[in-house]
Design a protein around this ligand. Structure first.
Ligand SMILES: NC(=O)c1ccc[n+]([C@@H]2O[C@H](COP(=O)([O-])OP(=O)(O)OC[C@H]3O[C@@H](n4cnc5c(N)ncnc54)[C@H](OP(=O)(O)O)[C@@H]3O)[C@@H](O)[C@H]2O)c1
Length: 202
């Protein structure tokens, strides 16, 4: 999910090298090929498209999101709820889902400045959408891990710090390449099952 976005692209680039075959759910019908993945078409909120995409797969990495500068709307929460329902129905159990710092327990580990300014920078509604998407995942019986990064940047893979109480500030950032590696590590190791972790540049 979200395979055409920045993090999704990084996941596609890395996944085959660590032994995965990738199916990408893509909403733009004009995109018929993506490096590193087999393309299947449909909207993230469409149960039939999700069922088609889930056929024959073992696990889902969701990098679904609304690009910065666009109205948050309800795509993230509705798409995540639809994904959870489709995975539950199809018996695909493992889900690694990208969220954001500034949600849930990660707020308490933010610096005072970040606690005040992150909602203004990101947008309160965007954070509320991420909160609703997390609730859909946490309320499921799936084998889930929620991953909360700070500001994402392009650039090379770097060491990371992953944990429940990892402190973040306004300057915290993470490359999408490092996030992609962390998502695949979590997928492969099964670490932090039914848990939420923050991941930052280490
Ligand atoms: N940017 C940051 O600094 C930051 C910080 C913390 C957390 N995050 C979160 O990290 C995740 C990845 O961020 P990113 O910047 O790498 O992602 P991104 O570039 O914004 O990509 C979002 C992806 O979601 C897809 N998508 C959106 N609506 C869809 C729909 N209705 N049906 C199917 N696919 C849909 C987009 O497809 P299209 O190509 O068709 O648009 C795209 O592939 C997001 O959840 C984001 O909120 C971002």
């Amino acid at each position: 999910m979200g395979a055409t976005g920045g993090t999704g692209q990084a996941v596609r680039e890395l996944a085959p090298a660590v032994g995965h075959e990738v199916v990408a759910l893509v909403r733009d019908p004009a995109v018929t090929r993506l490096p590193g993945a087999r393309v299947t078409h449909g909207d993230a909120r469409d149960p039939e498209a999700l069922a088609r995409a889930l056929a024959g797969i073992d696990a889902v990495v969701s990098c679904l999101g609304v690009r910065l500068g666009q109205q948050p709307g309800t795509v993230r929460s509705a798409g995540t709820a639809a994904l959870v329902a489709a995975m539950t129905a199809s018996g695909v159990r493992r889900l690694v889902s990208v969220s954001t710092v500034g949600v849930g327990e990660s707020v308490a580990a933010q610096s005072r400045t970040a606690r005040l300014l992150w909602p203004l920078l990101v947008g309160a509604e965007r954070l509320a959408e991420a909160e609703r998407a997390e609730a859909a995942v946490r309320g499921s019986d799936l084998d889930w891990t929620i991953v909360r990064p700070p500001r994402l940047v392009d650039g090379p893979d770097t060491p990371v710090t992953v944990g429940v109480d990892v402190a973040t500030g306004l300057r915290s950032q993470l490359s999408r390449a490092a996030l992609a590696r962390t998502l695949l590590d979590l997928l492969d190791t099964g670490a932090h099952r039914r848990g939420c972790v923050t991941v930052t540049r280490g």
